[in-house]
Design a protein around this ligand. Structure first.
Ligand code: HEC
Length: 100
């Protein structure tokens, strides 16, 4: 019983200290090279038709990338750009852009 309580406490502490959203920013930065042409080198787009990504919430960005990839959100440019990305890639890209 003590062991179970101890384990439960450890899990609660682990959940509290780990961020709700964990992407690898450095890996995201590497993947973002191909995105910069439209979304800007620092996530700020020069074209009014292309949205800024810098500072956007990571959870939102990751969801949109996955939606484009899975065809839940349709945009010819974006559907093509992200079709080979994994969930991990999407999370990493989201972490990178949200931190800019
Ligand atoms: C050829 C230009 C182009 C490239 C390259 C591009 N995007 Fe986009 N992106 C767009 C356009 C245009 C939109 C707006 C789509 C729409 O209207 O739904 C968009 C939208 C997005 C959105 C949604 C933003 C929001 O506010 O909802 C995300 C996230 C995104 N792009 C991420 C990426 C990532 C990550 C890459 C690189 C893997 C990338 N884009 C590469 C043109 C591009």
């Amino acid at each position: 019983m003590k062991k179970i309580v101890g384990l439960a406490i450890i899990l609660v502490i682990a959940a509290a200290v780990s961020p709700a959203f964990a992407g690898d920013t450095a890996a995201g930065k590497e993947k973002a090279i191909v995105c910069a042409g439209c979304h800007g080198a620092a996530g700020i787009s020069a074209n009014p038709m292309w949205p800024n990504l810098a500072g956007q919430k990571a959870g939102y960005l990751a969801a949109q990338i996955k939606h484009f990839r899975d065809g839940k959100r349709i945009n010819a440019m974006m559907n093509n750009m992200v079709k080979t990305l994994s969930d991990e890639d999407a999370d990493n890209l989201a972490a990178y852009y949200s931190g800019l």
